[in-house]
Design a protein. Structure first.
Lengths: 502, 494
């Protein structure tokens, strides 16, 4: 085995073994420490995946469109066309690192504070299992394996919401699970529609849609796109999201918004568009219209939200709309925008949920009307919140800008009355995003301190800073140097567009 | 031609072993009258039967009782699989019954004898080559169960369940027999392969209304046995009234028996273009109705019963898909049958684990109780809770219950290969409904327990060794086939 293959296995095995070790450690605090160490080791294994294996730069016709930097291909269940085929390239690597980072921050945060409802040990173990599922989804290069990892996430996330969530957690957790299972069974059918027609489940061989008839591609893309639309979520299939995010504990919301949603958009790019490009071209206008509808609806709903967490949750619908618009254009610019939008949203929304959780923990309420004047009593917290909100609304120089701006640019570049209109509407949605985030800031940070805010101390715990500072720095770094993400993604995206627009 | 048939006793060895076990149990009980010895003899006999079936099956197909090319006893790979699985299920159920038997809830000798008789029926069933052997074997499998269901002393529910089961089952058998008789009237044959060949060769026979009626009656009769909707109403009442281990046997070995019979008839005897649409409709109805009604159940065993109705629908689905798509190859067909068998094996394993889990979390000899009785049970007994949770999640078809996930994947794949995409979608959507109730039970296990109620709550149960072993073995087996499902797929495809 090469070093790359060892790292690939380690990225999945370390959190999995970590979860077992956490469950086996009897003392709660020690167990949380073990979990945090496992998460840190996972991140350490994920980062060096970027080195080596990148011997090529430009894509040329006649070569496979997916050329992983490192890959590992072992047989598992030949009877079901399932191979244990892992690989990493520029499209998946940023998301892998983001997942490892956010899980580490969540575990570290849990060292300091365990939400009510159950033991911190079980929470950390579940977080690590969720991490295995998400990382596996990003690394899988076999459609059936992809589906398998896609499903792994479901029940641990249910347990996190149902065990440690807010007052209405059971209903929210059920809704989340059933909705997303609905998506993943469609994924199962879609995957086997492809496998039955092509006789293989290898993503590398399938990308480009060679050997699939038009009918198969349309059917497969419809099923796959629906599946990923539930997960992303795309309006009008988003209604599980606000409840799940609002009820989940802080770390649950961070993982949900930060990386779980990305499984949907990543799947759309890698699997749906890659495997059924003809279906993608056929469905692109519908996808684009829905994406813009999501942007507008999400922003308008946010303007009327009365709860901090719910507002941030709905803002995810809008941001994911930009990502999906980028994908729908099927241009290199659009897909690049989607990828950087994905990462930026993970970083910023993760931070926002951490901050919203901190506000809620301190004041005991998340209702906007009961919060005001945070700037007076807790200036540092208010400042961070302002930073995250401004980053999220897409201020140039911060991470949120690139994804949104280039999604609009891609739509305009695509040309034609439909895409131009969509681009303009999306830009309007961007303005609305600014409006609701500024409204959030005005209500929460400005004004006279409300009774709930009055007693909040100015200090921030060390663990909180530890969890937040990396995200703040990352939001700045990606904003100033988008090449961090785009540099590695450029070649694979060009290759993908090469086969898709053939 | 000699009048005296030569009998291949090696091919019959598994049946000898099973029947011998029953006789031995009876004698042991009469002569020694020591409950513990009786149970051990029955258990060893079941184990021996399983080993015998596996050994004979591994050596290749053997036929006996032949008239010309048609044989009444065909012991091949699938017969070996069915025989071994039924014997192992019997062993498992015996283990689960041990605590209740020790507590004197049921007469030990009779209980073990009847179970061994039923096992004999199951072993013979897999190898049956003609309709008479098939129906007699199925009856041998079912008949002892009428008594076993009613064997809980002093329980009215148990007696009611036995009567319901008896009446429905007898009606079903007579319907099946009528179908077989009509088929004989049309074709003059009873051997499955001969029937298949005749009906394939002579389309004029196939188009007779009498043939259609015969096929329909045969299928309906067998559908009763697997509790397929609309012939399912007996199952929940019977399961709920029966002692827990017997309910486990009913929903695993007995259901498997019905499926094997159905599979044998559909695969070998009847024309697929006639049975296919009927089975497809049955499958859709069975899974949908089973799942929807299970959503409303408050009693544990009833919920499991309805869910097993739904699971039968998933097993029937690949069979139904066959006739719908035109131009099926022989390869695609055998893949669909193999998918049905594979699903059945995954299912009985998980179902046994689930029943073992429920048994382990309930007081000795108690019935399944309500879902509230299981509230917080996993907090008191973490290992048993994990085992039951794993089985339930597996039945729902989600990780970490990989066995169940691969079972669903196998069926969906077979359906899509057979060109029945809509049926695959129905299966997939039903899996979502299924999760809703499996999740409810699983979540209840870890829910904060209600303040200790009167007797009947999840009281601490000292788990007797044997039952714990059954639970552990079933769970480990489910985990193993979850990681290496190819084992089951290979066996099912033989």
């Amino acid at each position: 085995m090469t070093v790359g293959q060892v790292l690939l296995v380690a990225v999945l095995a370390v959190p999995a073994l970590g979860a077992v070790a956490v469950a086996a450690t009897p003392r709660d605090r020690a167990a949380r420490l073990v979990g945090t160490i496992a998460a840190a080791l996972t991140l350490l294994a994920a980062v060096p995946l970027v080195f080596g294996g990148r011997s090529w730069v430009a894509w040329s016709a006649g070569e496979p469109a997916v050329r992983p930097w490192h890959q590992l291909d072992l047989p598992w269940v030949p009877g079901l066309e399932l191979r244990f085929h892992l690989g990493v390239d520029g499209i998946s690597w940023p998301l892998v690192v983001l997942t490892a980072l956010l899980t580490l921050l969540c575990c570290a945060y849990t060292m300091w504070r365990v939400p009510d409802g159950g033991s911190g040990r079980a929470l950390v173990a579940l977080l690590l299992v969720v991490e295995v599922g998400i990382l596996g989804t990003f690394l899988a290069l076999d459609l059936v394996l992809f589906f398998l990892f896609f499903e792994v996430v479901l029940l641990p996330m249910y347990a996190i919401i149902a065990g440690w969530g807010g007052p209405d957690r059971r209903r929210a957790a059920r809704k989340f699970t059933l909705y997303t299972l609905f998506g993943s069974v469609l994924l199962l059918v879609g995957v086997y529609v492809v496998v039955a027609a092509a006789g293989t489940a290898d993503v590398v061989a399938l990308t480009g849609g060679d050997g699939l008839s038009r009918g198969t591609q349309l059917a497969a893309f419809t099923l796959l796109a629906l599946a990923f639309a539930v997960k992303s979520p795309l309006w009008p299939l988003h209604s599980w999201l606000p409840d799940a995010h609002t009820q989940a504990p802080t770390v649950g919301s961070v993982v949900l918004a930060g990386v779980l949603l990305k499984m949907g958009t990543y799947g759309l790019i890698r699997v749906a568009v890659g495997v059924a490009p003809e279906g993608a071209r056929w469905a692109a206008p519908v996808l684009g219209v829905l994406a813009v509808a999501a942007i507008l609806v999400g922003s308008l709903v946010c303007l009327a939200q009365a709860d901090v967490k719910r507002l941030i949750a709905y803002s995810s619908v809008g941001h994911m709309g930009f990502v999906l618009l980028g994908v729908a254009t099927l241009t290199a610019t659009g897909i690049q925008a989607a990828l950087i939008g994905n990462v930026a949203h993970g970083v910023i929304t993760g931070l926002l949920f951490f901050l919203a959780g901190a506000v809620k923990d301190r004041t005991g309420t998340g209702t906007l009307a009961e919060l005001s004047g945070l700037r007076e009593t807790a200036p540092r917290l208010a400042g961070l919140l302002a930073f995250a909100a401004v980053a999220s609304l897409g201020l140039p120089g911060l991470a949120g800008f690139w994804g949104e701006a280039f999604a609009v640019v891609a739509a305009i570049q695509r040309g034609g009355p439909l895409w131009t209109t969509l681009g303009v509407l999306a830009a309007v949605g961007g303005a609305l995003t600014a409006a609701y985030f500024l409204r959030l800031l005005r209500q929460v940070t400005h004004g006279r301190p409300s009774p709930a805010v009055g007693g909040v101390g100015a200090g921030l715990a060390g663990a909180e800073l530890t969890a937040w500072v990396p995200l703040v720095l990352l939001a700045l770094a990606i904003g100033l140097a988008p090449a961090l993400v785009l540099g590695v993604a450029e070649a694979p995206v060009d290759a993908l567009i090469g086969v898709v627009s053939r | 031609m000699s009048v005296v048939q030569s009998v291949d006793s090696v091919a019959l060895l598994p049946a000898y072993l099973a029947a011998g076990t029953a006789v031995l149990v009876l004698i042991t009980d009469l002569l020694l009258a020591r409950p513990r010895v009786t149970v051990v003899v029955a258990g060893l006999g079941a184990l021996g039967t399983a080993v015998g079936a596996a050994l004979v099956g591994a050596a290749g197909e053997r036929r006996t009782f032949c008239a010309g090319a048609d044989c009444s006893w065909v012991f091949g790979g699938r017969a070996a699989l069915v025989g071994a699985v039924v014997a192992l299920l019997t062993l498992g159920v015996l283990g689960l019954s041990a605590p209740a038997l020790r507590a004197g809830r049921s007469p030990v000798g009779e209980y073990c004898f009847l179970l061994a008789c039923s096992m004999t029926g199951g072993v013979v069933l897999g190898a049956a080559g003609d309709l008479i052997t098939l129906i007699v074997a199925l009856e041998t499998l079912t008949l002892p169960l009428y008594v076993l269901v009613g064997l809980r002393r002093g329980s009215l529910a148990s007696a009611e369940a036995a009567v319901t089961f008896f009446v429905v089952s007898v009606v079903a058998t007579s319907v099946t027999l009528l179908g077989a008789a009509l088929l004989y009237a049309v074709t003059g044959g009873l051997h499955l392969d001969r029937l298949g060949a005749l009906l394939a060769e002579r389309p004029d026979l196939r188009d007779l209304p009498l043939t259609t009626a015969a096929v329909a009656l045969l299928l309906v009769g067998l559908a009763f046995k697997v509790a397929a909707v609309p012939f399912h109403a007996w199952a929940p009442a019977t399961y709920d009234g029966a002692p827990l281990p017997v309910a486990a046997y009913l929903s695993t070995a007995s259901k498997l028996g019905g499926l094997v019979a159905l599979l044998a008839v559909v695969q070998r005897a009847l024309p697929a273009d006639q049975t296919g649409p009927v089975l497809a409709v049955l499958a859709v109805l069975t899974m949908t109705v089973g799942n929807l009604v299970a959503l409303r159940q408050r009693r544990t065993v009833r919920l499991l019963a309805w869910s097993s109705v739904a699971q039968a629908g998933y097993i029937l689905a690949p069979l139904g898909a066959l006739a719908l798509a035109a131009g099926r190859t022989g390869e695609a067909r055998s893949a669909a049958y193999a998918a049905a068998v594979a699903y059945a094996v995954f299912f009985v394993l998980l179902e046994l684990a689930a029943f073992a889990g429920v048994t382990a979390l309930r007081p000795v000899g108690a019935d399944g109780g309500t879902l509230d009785d299981l509230r917080g049970a996993a907090r008191q007994h973490p290992w048993r809770g994990v085992a039951l949770g794993l089985a339930l999640v597996g039945l729902a078809g989600l990780p970490p219950g990989l066995a169940g996930l691969f079972a669903k994947v196998t069926v969906v794949r077979a359906l899509l290969d057979g060109g029945a995409g809509w049926l695959a979608l129905v299966v997939a959507l039903n899996a979502v409904i299924g999760l809703a109730y499996y999740l409810r039970v699983t979540a209840a296990l870890w829910a904060p327990s209600t303040p200790p109620t009167a007797a009947g709550g999840a009281v601490a149960v000292p788990l007797v060794g044997v039952a714990a072993v059954v639970l552990a073995v079933a769970t480990v087996a489910a985990v193993v086939v979850g990681v290496a499902p190819q084992l089951v797929l290979d066996l099912a495809g033989r």
